[in-house]
Structure formats: C-alpha cells, structure tokens
Design a protein around this ligand. Structure first.
Ligand SMILES: C[S@@+](CC[C@H](N)C(=O)[O-])C[C@H]1O[C@@H](n2cnc3c(N)ncnc32)[C@H](O)[C@@H]1O
Length: 219
C-alpha cells in the first residue's frame, strides 16, 4: 500500500520546534479561533508559512484570497507583500471577518488588505471588470467547495504567467479517493482535481500539508 509520511505525536512537536515561525499576532489569532466551533476551517500554521513563502518566492505584490474566515491565511499572505502591495479578500461573513479585521490592524497590515463581503464569484468578476486580468501574482482558494471550479477559472484569468493559483482542501479528508462518496462538495473537488490533472495551462504540484493544497503555476 502506498503511503506518505504521517507526522504526529513527538514528530509533530519536533517539526513545530524546528520549522514553525509564527508572529505573536498569528499565534493569538490561532488560539482565539480554536475556541470557535468552526475552528477546523482555519489553515494550519505550517500551511500558512508555506503560503507566505510561496508568495515571497514569486515576488507577490497583488493577490486575492477566496475565503478569509478569521484571517489567518490573509495575515500570512499580507505580511509577504511589500508595503504598497494589495490583498483582496472575499468572504460572506461579517462576524468572522470582523475577527480578521482586528488581527490585520493589530499586525499593522490593514492598509494592504481590501475585504469585500459578498459571494466571491461577484468579487472576482468585479476584479476582472476592473481590468485586473493577468495583473495578480497569486490567488488562494479556500471557500465553499461547489464553486471551486468557477473560482479556479476566474483566478487563473486574474493571475499573470508565472503566477500561482493555490487551492485548499483538495484531499477533502480522503473522501476524494472514495468514489462511493457522492456528496456535492466531494464531487466538486474531485472534478476539479481531475480537470487539473490534464490542464495544459498550468504546471502542477500537490502540497500534502493539512487537507492537501494544489499549487498551480500559470504557464
Ligand atoms: C475554510 S474557511 C477559510 C479559512 C481561511 N482561509 C483561514 O485560513 O482561516 C471558508 C470561508 O469561506 C467563506 N465562504 C463560504 N461561502 C462563500 C462564498 N460564496 N463567497 C465567499 N466566501 C464564502 C466562509 O464564510 C468561510 O469564512
């Protein structure tokens, strides 16, 4: 049976001790969010660190995030931007993003972030209508799963050649590999994974951290 390295127990502590770098604001946000029943929606600290490093590696100045929640991933992306950089955030929840707004301010990053409350498809279409096609460096998709394909297509239009479209939860707790699972979200993620497999517009890699994150580099 094929398997990938499982990191838990003492090895997970070792990984934290040796690789994890987390600002006090992000740590507090993670601890505060852990008290919410929906805390599982937050990306892990290591995945956040991956996001930040990827953003820096390609010199990201402009990015979009689809699904902000209490703000952890947006903090990781915003701190990777230059001071005049811009992160457009999309979410439907005022309550959760109010937590994010406080964290952005506390981190001194609020000036780089523009949040739009409303369905993300509308916000992405608005960005395209502003003439931003091909102008963004990075997109991170982490919202409702049934729209994943539509988010991907819009984000692929928005990013430049050499830009990244990152898609979270692509393993969906393993259910994508269970064909008997025909839940709407599972089917949507499975379909996008299959589409990307042969999508000649991008180069592709899976980061197996957390629930799996696809990294698509626009050709
Ligand atoms: C998995 S959480 C995002 C987690 C976040 N990236 C983080 O690291 O903390 C998904 C978010 O998508 C938002 N969402 C759900 N449906 C949406 C939609 N149609 N448009 C925009 N945001 C949506 C939810 O309100 C929720 O905050």
């Amino acid at each position: 049976m094929k398997s990938w390295a499982k990191i838990d127990g003492a090895l997970a502590d070792y990984v934290d001790d040796n690789w994890l770098r987390e600002s006090p604001v992000k740590r507090r946000l993670r601890e505060d969010t852990a008290r919410l029943p929906q805390a599982g929606m937050q990306i892990s600290a290591h995945q956040g660190q991956q996001l930040g490093l990827l953003a820096r590696a390609i010199g990201t100045r402009r990015a979009v995030e689809v699904g902000t929640f209490t703000g952890y991933s947006s903090l990781c992306l915003a701190e990777a931007l230059p001071p005049d950089g811009r992160l457009w955030c999309c979410d439907v929840s005022e309550a959760w993003t109010n937590v994010a707004r406080r964290a952005w301010k506390e981190a001194g990053l609020d000036g780089r972030i523009e949040l739009t409350i409303g369905p993300a498809l509308g916000t992405l279409d608005w960005l395209l209508a502003q003439g931003l096609a091909g102008q963004l460096d990075l997109a991170f998709i982490d919202a409702n799963k049934e729209d994943y394909d539509a988010y991907y297509e819009r984000c692929l239009k928005l990013v430049r050649r050499g830009g990244l479209v990152l898609i979270d939860n692509v393993l969906w707790g393993g259910s994508v590999a269970n064909l008997a699972d025909v839940d709407t979200d599972t089917v949507a993620i499975r379909a996008l994974n299959a589409k990307l497999r042969t999508d000649e517009r991008v180069d592709l890699v899976l980061f197996a951290t957390g629930d799996g994150m696809t990294c698509a580099l626009k050709r």
